[in-house]
Design a protein around this ligand. Structure first.
Ligand SMILES: NC(=O)c1ccc[n+]([C@@H]2O[C@H](COP(=O)([O-])OP(=O)(O)OC[C@H]3O[C@@H](n4cnc5c(N)ncnc54)[C@H](OP(=O)(O)O)[C@@H]3O)[C@@H](O)[C@H]2O)c1
Length: 328
């Protein structure tokens, strides 16, 4: 009976307790593929799960971790064999299925992407859910015909995980990027990732009663929601698009039909969780080839399971910059 270390979240009526415990492989749910996890990462949703917030994890105690990259140990699925290097992102991993903050996971084959050639396990988890989501946003903008010549693309929550990868990816593909941030001391960081200019989070998030505003942006990637998203939509040029994936400020946004019927703009939804595996694998393939994200090592902080609690607190304090890699 193999035992392994896992980050463990216990929830009682009004307390949350974090610890690292020994678990047995027999404790894992039934599933086709047993994976030894080498790396995971910390995403906003992991923090919600680890804090017992509603909407992510129903049953505690629990091991979060919506991302995992590692090596197949056992498989009853013909697509995977012992020794294969693989990535698991989303579906139920880390929500109600024990996640990547344990040294082993067991999952259905339909959740797994073979590690694309040209990418290492470590880079796959620096990218993780946040980076894949940034790439899905970029993919949707391209599908709507976005081109570098269109003009600036605004990225909100720019120093966060999704935001950092979105800035670096868009800039590396020739787009002019305007980064919106609340961190006055991170302008140089954003410029090092490729942002051409920076706009203050409070300015872009200020309430504006006008139905449309100056056409400042050709396109956008929004991780924030709320007034920020409303202002991005109001500020899109004719035929512009914004890909939306997050809600760190608010899930609601207040907008009239006017930007849509006067400026022909598009709001594009992005979901990295239930997106079919073939689509995820296609975008992973691009991230390993013509969409390689420059500067990944400049945006990463590396921790072990013991560092998770403190980093989770930093997420809710809005203090995280870039990506947090969890080394198992
Ligand atoms: N749809 C999907 O499949 C999907 C996948 C991944 C993530 N998401 C969502 O995308 C969002 C970002 O995720 P993430 O992993 O990038 O999170 P993150 O690393 O914690 O980054 C969020 C960033 O948002 C900004 N921010 C924080 N609090 C804010 C507030 N109250 N108002 C405005 N901006 C604020 C901060 O950037 P600045 O300081 O630079 O402003 C922060 O670094 C989350 O809502 C997450 O749930 C969705």
């Amino acid at each position: 009976m193999t035992s392994f270390k896992a980050f463990w979240v216990e929830k009682s009526e009004d307390t949350i307790n974090h610890s690292i415990i020994e678990r047995s492989i027999d404790d894992l749910p039934e599933g086709e593929v047993l994976i030894k996890v080498r790396y995971s990462s910390l995403n906003y949703k992991d923090a919600l799960s680890a804090k017992g917030m509603p909407g992510v994890t129903r049953n505690y105690p629990h091991t979060p971790g919506i991302d995992a990259a590692g090596t197949v140990v056992e498989s009853s699925n013909g697509d995977f064999k012992e020794g294969d290097e693989v990535v698991v992102i989303g579906f139920d991993l880390g929500m109600n299925t024990p996640g990547g903050y344990g040294e082993y996971i067991r999952v259905p084959g339909s959740w797994i992407t073979p590690l694309p050639s040209g990418m290492g396990l470590r880079d796959s988890m620096i990218i993780g859910t946040a980076g894949l989501t940034a790439a899905l946003c970029f993919d949707k903008l391209l599908r709507m015909g976005a081109k570098p010549d269109d003009g600036p693309v605004v990225v909100t929550g720019a120093t966060g995980g999704v935001g950092s990868v979105a800035v670096a990816l868009l800039a590396s593909q020739g787009f002019e990027v305007v980064a919106s941030t609340g961190k006055a001391d991170k302008h140089d960081y954003l410029k090092s990732l490729g942002a051409s200019s920076v706009v203050d989070r409070d300015q872009l998030g200020a309430e504006n009663p006008r139905p449309v505003a100056a056409e400042d942006y050709a396109h956008g990637v929004d991780t924030v929601g709320g007034e920020t998203l409303s202002n991005v939509i109001k500020g899109l040029k004719h035929s512009g698009s914004v890909a939306i994936c997050g809600l760190v400020s608010s899930p609601a946004f207040n907008i009239t039909v006017l930007p849509f019927i006067l400026r022909h703009v598009n709001v594009l939804g992005v979901d990295s969780v239930e997106l079919p595996i073939a689509e995820k694998s296609r975008v992973w393939g691009r991230l390993a080839s013509d969409w390689q994200v420059p500067g990944l090592e400049d945006m990463v902080v590396e921790i072990g399971l013991g560092g998770l609690s403190a980093e989770i607190d930093r997420i809710f304090a809005g203090g995280v910059t870039g990506r947090t890699l969890v080394v198992l």
